[in-house]
Ligand binder design. Structure first.
Ligand code: GLN
Length: 380
């Protein structure tokens, strides 16, 4: 039997490939982005309570109402925009599902989707599956800033969607108010949908503020904004996220969502609805991760790696150009095999696998693991 792959150029994700290698070599693992510490026992207790209280059948298709309601309140407080819990908020099986469903809902063959590179790896395969064309716009310079003129010239009459991500995985950069205003101006008067990946919204450092698309009325009117409880509450394995969008966009999204997953898992939704009642649970996260970033960077200050401190997310990019001329995939593989330390090559996120001798580390780890990683990095 002949199989015609719909994704002939796609292999297994870098996170699975590196994760496997890291396990094989028993490496200190700072590759895939997930915390290695426990979640708050209070949240675990709330899930246990929900299981015992009988939340074991399908959640409503749109997600638990109490969770949608508290998300609506949270967004109104933080970003000054009200999304109606009944019609404008949907709970998804992680943000990746929200992103996939959004792309599948709106992208037709021939549609162009502007993607900022480097980018997280789930956008382009979804675009390709539905016959869309990725139009990349590369971030520039050591600080990975966006050139808005370049962005503007990537927009054509065929542009259907733009995908943005702040705080940004993998670079750890964030967009400013000025960036959002520029984006808003460029998209004004078009029919372009903005898919705004904001899964690291609460992990932002040095007193900076998260610039959600929800804060900008003209942007919000065309945006599907995705977020993730996995990142915020150290529960990436639960696969619970959500997205918000104006009624008309959300109506279309749900037409697909209902046949894609129907609904996300129920007991964790009830638990999260209760847990979100205390805003400290997410407002304290920035300080927590800033301390982790600083701990990690202090510990490797005497290493030969060059660093630009991350401004958000739990990732830190390190430049090894003082150390080796190897490609980043070769270097990462050698670090795992010879030094027992796992990271992610930046080329996995870059346009055409471009390598500029940088690798990404996840610092969502206990200080003990960060110490082990630093000890290795300091002797490379
Ligand atoms: N977001 C995580 C990272 O960037 C990976 C999630 C996944 O493996 N799909 O490392």
């Amino acid at each position: 039997m002949e199989i015609h792959s719909k994704l002939p150029n796609v292999g297994t994700t870098i996170f699975t490939v590196i994760g496997k290698l890291a396990n094989e070599y028993d490496a200190v693992n700072l590759s895939q982005g997930f915390p290695n510490f426990d979640t708050d026992p209070k949240l675990l207790q709330l899930v246990t309570d929900a299981l015992k209280e009988g939340y074991n059948q399908y959640a409503p298709m749109q997600g638990s109402f109490s969770l949608r309601k508290i998300i609506s309140e949270k967004i109104a407080t933080l970003y000054g925009n009200t999304y109606h819990p009944e019609s404008e908020i949907t709970i998804t099986a992680g943000a990746t599902q929200a992103i996939f469903t959004a792309i599948s809902t709106f992208i037709r063959p021939g549609d162009e989707v502007v993607v900022i590179k480097p980018s997280f790896d789930c956008y382009e395969p979804a675009i390709e599956l539905f016959g869309g064309k990725t139009v990349p716009v590369e971030l520039e310079g050591l600080d990975y800033s966006i050139n808005w003129n370049k962005f503007k010239s990537a927009i054509t009459p065929n542009t259907k969607m733009v995908i943005t991500n702040t705080p940004h995985n993998p670079t750890g950069t964030i967009w400013s108010e000025n960036d959002m205003v520029q984006l808003q101006e460029i998209l004004k008067g078009t029919n372009i949908i903005l898919l705004s990946d904001e899964v690291y919204e609460h992990i932002i450092f040095d007193g900076k503020k998260h610039e959600s698309a929800a804060k900008y009325p003209e942007l919000a009117s065309r945006s599907i904004i995705c977020s993730s409880f996995g990142k915020t509450f150290h529960v990436t394995g639960w696969k619970v996220g959500y997205c918000v969008a104006p009624n008309a966009l959300m109506g279309e999204f749900r037409k697909v969502h209902q046949f894609n997953v129907f609904s996300a898992n129920h007991p964790t939704q009830e638990a999260l609805a209760n847990y979100l009642k205390n805003p400290e649970h997410y407002l304290n996260l920035a300080q927590f991760y800033q301390e982790k970033r600083d701990y990690f960077l202090d510990a490797i200050r005497s290493s030969r790696f060059k660093m630009i401190p991350s401004s958000g997310t739990y990732f830190q990019v390190l430049d090894y150009s003082n150390i080796s001329n190897e490609s980043d995939t070769e270097f990462v593989e050698r670090l795992i095999k010879e030094y027992k330390l796992a990271s992610i090559p930046m080329s996995a996120f870059s346009l055409d696998g471009f390598t500029n001798r940088q690798i990404r580390f996840c610092f969502a780890k206990t200080n003990e693991v960060l110490d082990q990683a630093a000890e290795i990095l300091n002797r490379i």
